[in-house]
Design a protein around this ligand. Structure first.
Ligand SMILES: Cc1cc2nc3c(=O)[nH]c(=O)nc-3n(C[C@H](O)[C@H](O)[C@H](O)COP(=O)(O)OP(=O)(O)OC[C@H]3O[C@@H](n4cnc5c(N)ncnc54)[C@H](O)[C@@H]3O)c2cc1C
Length: 381
């Protein structure tokens, strides 16, 4: 067993870190403050080749796996959690949908554009009445008589929904069963009837756009049915296994940024004539943060490694997401505490990290839902 990252991944990590510090970190506070989509950051990611990292080389990507993607996402999130989630959804949910479930024609048509960053991908499962209970979705897909479908409905909370070019939409094709009557569709944002609605005003990751999307008689040709009709719920859950490794990686990046900022501040800030890092209570906070980050990173890399081996990883992805998101929440809270009053102001980035960390316990399955997945797997249910 070897716990060292191989040389190529060390180089990838260092490259991603340098990129994130130069291109993302200086813009992160402004995107957060203005609640504007991370447009320039996304463009820079495309130019650098990050947008195609896990897309096979045959379709213009770098052909790297889940461990490599986790390494990259951790570094992006360390600088800007909003850019990291934009990338995590683009690669882990939208592009992966084509890689794992697309046919050859679909891959050739869409993957090169997604890999270059020219196109941005999104994933639309949630609706007003179906969040954790995703199989309760009501967006309707009616056969058009020629093998295609007409989509009608409203999706809620869609990351990048107003900037994406290709959206993986899940809609109901049969009422016969809750989960067995759902189909996945590849929908182009430019098609008639597709529109972005209300933009959410959020607590954190405010540079990531979260919007309602409306489907008003959107005609989807049969070529854009993803996978088999009525088998879309399996696609949705299969993609979330990978997506959760992405969110665990985002959470780890936020947690690491909290620790880095806290170590620096604790060594610079003096009280009672000495750096606050000399107080044992501060040291213990830093130690606990470091411990939890290492533990969560091991769980995350294990899940990513299993995925790269083509082995089942549902349980491990949920464990990684659950632990890493709790870790981010913990580290963000402690980072604000280490900074004292300064941590409660926008003068220091830990205030943003605190708000950004919160979402990692909610999207792509809440902490409670991860517990449910792990419990079911443990009970063999
Ligand atoms: C910023 C942001 C971005 C998002 N991006 C996307 C996206 O790109 N695509 C997409 O499809 N969705 C997206 N979502 C939706 C997200 O996945 C859902 O918000 C999440 O799954 C929770 O669903 P809900 O908000 O309806 O909460 P609910 O399901 O209503 O849950 C409310 C509370 O009840 C708990 N709960 C629910 N069911 C159970 C149960 N069986 N046992 C125990 N506790 C339970 C939950 O854990 C939670 O604490 C996004 C959400 C946000 C906030």
């Amino acid at each position: 067993m070897n716990f060292d990252l191989p040389e190529d991944l060390v180089a990838l990590r260092d490259g991603a870190r340098e990129f994130a510090e130069k291109e993302l970190a200086p813009r992160a506070a402004a995107s957060d403050e203005a609640e504007t989509f991370v447009e320039a950051q996304w463009k820079a990611c495309g130019e650098q080749g990050w947008a195609g990292l896990s897309i096979p080389e045959a379709y213009g990507g770098a052909g790297l796996g889940s461990v490599a993607t986790s390494v990259m996402l951790q570094e992006l999130a360390r600088a800007c959690a909003a850019t990291a989630v934009t990338m995590s959804v683009h690669l882990g949910l939208a592009s992966s949908a084509l890689v794992l479930y697309g046919n050859e024609a679909q891959k050739q048509k869409y993957l090169p554009r997604l890999a270059s960053g020219e196109w941005l991908g999104a994933y639309a499962l949630s609706e007003a009445g179906s969040g954790s209970d995703a199989a309760a979705l009501r967006c309707a897909a009616t056969p058009d008589g020629a093998g295609g479908f007409v989509l009608d409905g409203t999706k809620l909370w869609i990351t990048s929904g107003d900037h994406a070019d290709l959206i993986v939409v899940f809609a109901r094709t049969s009422q016969a069963s809750k989960s067995k009557g759902i189909t996945a569709f590849l929908v182009e944002a430019a098609w008639p009837g597709f529109s972005a609605g209300k933009k959410e005003k959020k607590m954190g990751i405010r540079g990531s756009s979260t919007v309602e999307i409306r489907l008003d008689r959107v005609k989807v040709p049969k070529e854009n049915v993803l996978g088999e009709v009525d088998k879309g719920f399996g696609v949705a859950l299969g993609l979330l296994d990978g997506g959760r490794i992405g969110i665990a990686s985002q959470a780890l990046g936020i947690a690491q940024a909290c620790l880095d900022a806290s170590v620096k501040y604790a060594q610079e800030r003096e009280q009672f004539g000495q750096p606050i890092a000399s107080f044992q209570s501060i040291q213990w906070k830093l130690a606990e943060m470091a411990l939890r980050i290492d533990a969560a990173r091991l769980l995350t890399f294990r899940a990513a490694w299993l995925k790269d081996q083509g082995r089942p990883h549902t349980r491990e992805a949920s464990m990684a997401k659950l632990d890493a998101s709790r870790c981010a929440d913990f580290c963000a809270k402690e980072a604000v505490q280490v900074h004292g009053g300064a941590g409660y102001t926008k003068e220091f980035p830990v205030e943003r990290f605190f708000r950004d960390a919160r979402i990692t316990e909610i999207y792509e399955g809440t902490t409670e839902i991860q517990n449910l997945v792990i419990a079911r797997q443990t009970l063999g249910a």
